[in-house]
Design a protein around this ligand. Structure first.
Ligand code: KG4
Ligand code: ZN
Length: 351
């Protein structure tokens, strides 16, 4: 009998205690939820060490996770006031992400689940980002529109139920976060790029007419034109020896990158007749995007759900929240589940 199979007749609890574990990039995270109520959220980051190299070095990330995972889980359990033996299931990110980094969290989760003979739930990182909305609003009920903007994905989704969604549009090239990271590099800003661009943008004004994204193609996104425009603008100025304001470049880029996210999400909500838009992913931590989405929603008579910034960037609370959905769907995993570097978001349309 496979490991998951032994839980096929498990009596489900109405408010299970779930331990979430996340180690897909440079943050070692553990969290505990009781049903949809968050009890604790621990994040141990190696970002400061990675910043010396201008980005995430996979080997350093794996070693940092190995060092931190035990402490992260212990602190999540103690902050929640829960003993390991009380946990009903372990939800862990199995992908997408850096394989060596993922394996640290995944192996820890397997050992934890196996030693307590409780279900293991392998969670898709992106589904975790989408579930962050439930942390902010435990009573949130689909259908609603999800605006997902992270370092690897950018999409507008119609969330039909907690387990079914339809991709209405996604990026044709770079993800929004990736574009922020590239813009930061061109502007000589430190890693991580998104927050650095946001900080500099506060000192500038969005007066450079970077190209608006193509229109008339449904809900898809494309960031390569904006990236090229930014690079060309800076290089042309430098070649001509003309002074320019890096802060204005940052502010103009930020507007161009974020306005389209809010516009597409609002249009999608109107098409589907949804009254709620929930944001998720690292870029949803951007203050300008949050204000823009809130204002656009207010104007259109919609409600914006903006998870707290710490639940937009990588965290285990969202993995535990998605774990709750999978627990009720009895979507348990075998101990043979492996780490996956890439998990496609899916094809456009119903999933
Ligand atoms: O969701 P996330 O933490 O990890 C992925 O799953 O990719 O997203 C990371 C991305 C990075 O590209 C980072 O630069 C961007 O989110 N990001 C931001 C902000 N904070 C993080 N982008 C813009 N403004 C921010 N404040
Ligand atoms: Zn993420």
């Amino acid at each position: 009998m496979g490991y998951a199979e032994q839980f096929s007749a498990l009596a489900l609890k109405s408010e299970p205690l779930i331990l979430g574990i996340e180690s897909s990039c440079d943050e070692t995270c553990a969290a505990v939820v009781r049903g949809r109520k968050l009890l604790s959220n621990a994040v141990l980051s190696s970002a400061a060490e990675q910043a010396k190299y201008g980005g995430v070095v996979p080997e350093i990330a794996s070693r940092a996770h190995t060092d931190a995972i035990g402490r992260a889980v212990e602190s999540a359990l103690s902050e929640a006031g829960v003993a390991a033996g009380q946990i009903d299931a372990v939800a862990v990110t199995y992908g997408a992400g850096l394989v060596g980094a993922l394996l640290v969290g995944l192996s820890f989760a397997k050992a934890f689940a196996y030693s307590l003979r409780i279900p293991l739930i392998a969670v898709n990182h992106i589904r975790g980002h989408m579930a962050a909305a439930y942390l902010t609003e435990p009573d949130l009920a689909p259908p609603f529109i999800t605006l997902l903007a992270s370092g690897g994905h950018t999409a507008v989704l119609y969330t039909k139920s907690a387990t079914e969604f339809e991709i209405m549009g996604s990026t044709r090239d770079d993800a929004a976060g990736e574009a922020f990271d590239k813009a930061a590099r061109v502007l000589g800003l430190p890693y991580p790029g998104g927050p650095s661009v946001e900080k500099l943008a506060r000192e500038g004004s969005p007066n450079i007419p970077f190209p608006k994204m193509f229109r008339g193609n449904g809900y898809d996104f494309s960031y390569s034109g904006l990236k090229t425009a930014l690079i060309n603008y800076c290089h042309n100025k430098e070649q001509r020896g003309e002074a320019y304001s890096r802060a204005d470049v940052a502010a103009s880029f930020q507007c161009a990158a974020c306005d389209v996210l809010a516009d597409r999400a609002v249009a999608a909500a109107k098409e589907k007749g949804c009254s709620v838009i929930a944001a998720g992913g690292g870029v949803a931590a951007n203050g300008y995007l949050r204000e823009k989405l809130a204002a656009s929603c207010a104007k259109a008579g919609l409600r914006a759900i903006l998870p707290e910034k710490k639940y937009c960037t990588d965290n285990a609370a969202m993995i535990a929240a998605e774990g709750v959905t999978q627990y009720f769907a009895r979507n348990f995993s075998d101990l043979s589940v492996n780490a996956c570097a890439h998990i496609p978001l899916g094809k456009k349309g119903k999933q």
